[in-house]
Write a protein that binds this ligand. Structure first.
Ligand SMILES: [Zn+2]
Length: 103
């Protein structure tokens, strides 16, 4: 799935490949804060390495994302301290760095 998206973006659309963002990369247990894996298979790091792209961020599962997204509010505004919000800030910084470079 990821490989297909990368191939379409790179070969068919000639879009710049900035990196990989892994959504629902893990879940943080609300009771103890333990990091729990949601899906089996290769990790985001492994996928990024296999594709030869940067891993920009791993966004943890957060049910608030859907709630606030439906209201048109970024999680980074609604819950700036959420780990998922931090992951999106990381993506924004990576994009800034990419587009700021040599343009
Ligand atoms: Zn727990």
């Amino acid at each position: 799935m990821v490989k297909k998206a990368v191939t379409v973006a790179r070969d068919a659309l000639s879009a710049p490949l900035i990196g990989l963002v892994c959504n629902m990369a893990y879940h943080l247990c609300p009771s103890c804060g333990a990091r729990e894996t949601l899906f089996s298979g290769p990790s985001a790091q492994e996928m990024a390495r296999d594709l030869g792209v940067l891993l920009l961020a791993e966004v943890p599962f957060d049910p608030r994302l859907a709630e606030v997204g439906d209201q048109g509010v970024p999680l980074a505004v609604a819950a700036p301290d959420a780990p998922a919000a931090a992951a999106f800030r990381q993506v924004a910084q990576a994009l800034e760095g990419f587009w700021g470079r040599g343009s």
